[in-house]
Design a protein around this ligand. Structure first.
Ligand SMILES: C[S@@+](CC[C@H](N)C(=O)[O-])C[C@H]1O[C@@H](n2cnc3c(N)ncnc32)[C@H](O)[C@@H]1O
Length: 342
């Protein structure tokens, strides 16, 4: 289902910086560059890449002429013209999709490409997610000394850039945080890290969409309070979504939550894909062989809503500006929370 970005009801999950506590948050660029290499995308500004902290939630573009005055703007709405332009880019991509032969090869062993990614990038690619505290306060509530037993599972934990900040803040003797990834190399990186404290942490290889419904080693059925899914669901093929939901459902305790953040439809990184990258509607193969899907709010309602209560789904829309090169970059991320019914 296609979202009309001009009419989407935006329920932002994040409050502005002033509304929160006046503390700075960080902007984030959280995936391998979609320009076709696993390198950071040097063509975009440092803010857009996420190299430098930037206070967001407080700058609104009221007058189009002021666009070049700052590096970033919040809650930027799209006009009809932009939507049409985006659709034209997607139509162009459809003229030259990935060949059936290549598609088969890419779909056969997706974990291999992520393994290669971590072999090349080690733990250096994704930035530690300092914004987690602001976006997902539940993770930090679990770290308080008196929070009691809490079990967190991060699916697609990569090099631990979400796990480790939480672990670093932990004062809860009864916190257990577990990371799973289907890349063996990623799990090795997590286990070998100085920040990995086996008293509170665990890590194992697991496929979120395991077709046989196996659970990660070391995790009991219905034992997890919070499942974290940050930029992992987009790596699945649409035909795997159902199985992934089933597997997560088996892991969660009744009343347990899913904290979700991922790519939104028409994000800059989607519109940048050129010829020979489109695998399926809104689903692409990057130059390094990793896959990425771009969601709408409605799709998340449909996919997760079938099994879970939808607590919130919102769109985080930001305009990043490279003032020197006069380039505008529209970033669109989706953020959501779901709850397993009691
Ligand atoms: C874009 S990275 C995000 C890493 C991490 N969540 C973070 O925020 O830094 C996506 C991660 O999901 C993992 N992944 C992709 N498909 C997966 C699957 N089916 N099961 C488990 N992990 C998967 C990849 O190996 C990769 O580490």
């Amino acid at each position: 289902m296609q979202t009309d970005l001009t009419t989407t009801n935006i329920t932002r999950l994040t409050m502005s910086t002033e509304e929160r506590d006046g503390s700075p948050a960080e902007v984030h660029s959280e995936a391998p560059s979609e320009t076709g290499t696993p390198e950071p995308d040097w063509s975009v500004s440092r803010e857009a890449r996420g190299d430098r902290p930037y206070k967001f939630g407080q700058r609104y573009l009221k007058d189009e002429e002021s666009v070049w005055d700052h590096n970033a703007w919040d809650h930027v709405e799209w006009g009809e013209e932009q939507r049409v332009e985006a659709e034209e880019k997607l139509a162009k991509q459809k003229e030259a999709p990935v060949t059936e032969f290549d598609k088969k090869a890419y779909m056969a062993d997706p974990a291999r490409y992520w393994d290669l990614f971590y072999k090349n990038n080690k733990e250096n690619f994704f930035k530690d997610r300092k914004w987690l505290r602001v976006e997902f306060p539940a993770l930090y509530e679990a770290t308080k000394a008196d929070a009691g037993p809490v079990s967190i599972l991060e699916v697609g934990c990569g090099a631990g850039n979400t796990m480790f900040p939480v672990l670093g803040a932990n004062e809860n003797p009864d916190l257990r945080i577990f990371g799973c990834d289907f890349s063996r190399r990623a799990v090795e990186i997590v286990r070998e890290s100085d920040q990995f404290d086996p008293k509170h942490a665990g890590a194992s290889v697991w496929d979120l969409a395991d077709p046989e419904g196996n659970l990660p080693e070391g995790i009991e059925e219905h034992s997890v309070d919070i499942v974290v899914m940050i930029f992992v669901f987009s790596a699945l093929a649409p035909e795997q979504w159902k199985q992934a939901m089933k597997n997560v459902d088996r892991l969660l305790k009744p009343g347990g939550r899913i904290l979700f953040r991922d790519y939104g439809r028409y994000d800059l990184t989607q519109l940048r894909f050129k010829k020979g990258r489109l695998l399926d509607e809104n689903f692409y193969i990057r130059g390094d062989g990793t896959r990425v899907y771009f969601f709408t709010e409605e799709e998340l309602h449909d996919i997760f809503g079938e099994r879970f209560e939808v607590v919130k789904v919102g769109t985080d829309r930001r305009l990043m500006v490279n003032r020197q090169r006069r380039i505008k970059m529209y970033r669109i991320w989706l953020q959501a929370e779901f709850r397993k019914k009691e």
